[in-house]
Design a protein around this ligand. Structure first.
Ligand code: LEU
Length: 406
């Protein structure tokens, strides 16, 4: 994608997005998801295509039908000012203006605010970013940095995400940053921090490196070509595990936050969901990684954290709703994270520490092979441990109230 950002005053962008896809069936037309500004041109395989927009649906009818198995290229040119999504239970996300630029954070369905995509966690693609900004600004995106070309008043930054990535993990941050580079175990670690959080830059870099070393020991090889993180200024008070480059929105992250987003690189970004309803696989495991980190550092054990939560009443937000299949508004609710992590602790206590670590490694080792479901996790845990675990997972993921027996 090529995107030119005019600056904070207008917030305008002018973008040309080129999508290469393969038709799995004969296609008279197809739909993309896009909520962005006005589309000025749309072509398929070099010929203008007709299109209609209805809410988020962008319905494209190419001049000629596309044959089964054919590779085809769609080019969408749009111009205007993208904006965030806000107001529903999920807060502010999508293309978000910052003090000096913008930051794009997609989870769960915000990427169509600036990119036409097939917005589904299981539809992964590689990405090339060519982003032009006023020369006083910088650009950070997913993956590996490429050329930086200055043409007087504007500068173009190239970034490429070479590992197939779910749409919700695409990120770009435009603004002024303290950019640092280091490496660990041969993996480049690139961090970028808004000047407002200048004091946090060293800590972000050092903790990311320390957590990566621990993550590699605990979960297995780091799954991507690069790592890092971005602290930007919009006051979002959340972080997102955007692939290779998590973003912390409007705060200086503590160690556990950094560990959480890094753990998602294995659990969520590499081993990715087939459906949003299994979001506990991302959030329960990343939260459990925080508990393991604290235990590893000599702090409270995961078992003790579990016990503390377990004393809460059954109606408390720790337990309700059950984390196994949350409604949209509860996707990032407390129980998905906490009861999800308690499910992982229950598994650890059942199978024992050694087997538990083998389960985590086996789960991470699947990598990007295929999108996963809860049933896949149960199958891996049962296979590695040689035990029947259905009852445990049913109790922790799906039963109402506080699980009593599992
Ligand atoms: N997945 C994010 C996290 O690390 C949260 C989301 C609401 C952006 O918890």
């Amino acid at each position: 994608m090529k995107l030119a950002y005019a600056g904070r005053a207008s917030g305008d962008v002018d973008a040309t997005v080129t999508i290469t896809a393969r038709a799995e069936q004969p296609l008279p037309g197809f739909d993309l998801d896009f909520r962005g500004p006005k589309i000025t041109e749309l072509s398929v395989d070099g010929r203008p295509a007709t299109f209609t927009r209805d809410g988020q649906e962008l319905v494209v009818t190419p001049a000629a039908g596309i044959a089964e198995g054919a590779r085809f290229t769609t080019v969408v040119h749009y111009a205007g000012r993208p904006g965030p999504l806000k107001g529903d239970a999920l807060g502010t996300y999508g293309w978000i203006p910052s003090k000096d630029g913008a930051v794009a954070l997609g989870e769960p369905d915000g990427t169509p605010t600036w990119l036409p995509v097939n917005d589904h966690p299981r539809d992964r693609a590689t990405y090339d970013f060519h982003i032009t900004v006023p020369s006083e600004l910088q650009v950070v995106a997913n993956g590996t940095p490429g050329a930086v070309a200055k043409h007087g008043a504007t500068t173009t930054y190239d970034w490429s995400e070479t590992a197939p990535m779910a749409t919700y993990l695409a990120m770009v941050a435009i603004g002024k940053f303290d950019v640092r580079r280091t490496e660990t175990g041969g993996v480049p670690v690139i961090t970028a921090v808004d000047p407002r959080y200048a004091g946090a830059a060293r800590k972000l870099e050092r903790t990311t490196v320390a957590a990566m070393r621990w993550g590699v020991e605990t979960f297995g090889p780091y799954p991507f070509p690069t790592a890092g993180g971005v602290i930007d200024d919009p006051p979002l008070d959340y972080a997102l595990e955007s692939q290779e480059r998590p973003v912390y929105g409007g705060f200086s992250p503590g160690e556990r936050f950094i560990v959480h987003e890094l753990a998602h690189q294995w659990f969520g970004d590499s081993v990715g969901l087939r459906d949003w309803k299994d979001i506990w696989l991302n959030e329960g495991l990343a939260t459990y990684a925080e508990w393991m980190w604290t235990e590893h550092k000599g702090g409270e054990s995961a078992k003790s954290v579990f016990k503390r939560y377990y004393t809460q009443p059954g109606a408390s937000p720790v337990f309700a709703p059950p984390p196994g299949s949350p409604a949209r508004a509860d996707l990032f609710g407390f129980s998905v994270y906490t009861r999800g992590a308690m499910c992982v602790e229950a598994l650890r206590e059942r199978v024992g520490d050694k087997t538990f670590v083998r389960v985590l490694k086996a789960w991470a080792a699947q990598g990007r092979a295929a999108p996963v479901t809860t049933a896949d996790f149960v199958a891996v845990a049962e296979k590695v441990s040689g035990r029947r675990l259905h009852r445990l997972f049913n109790a922790w993921l799906y039963q109402k109230g506080k699980p009593k027996k599992w």
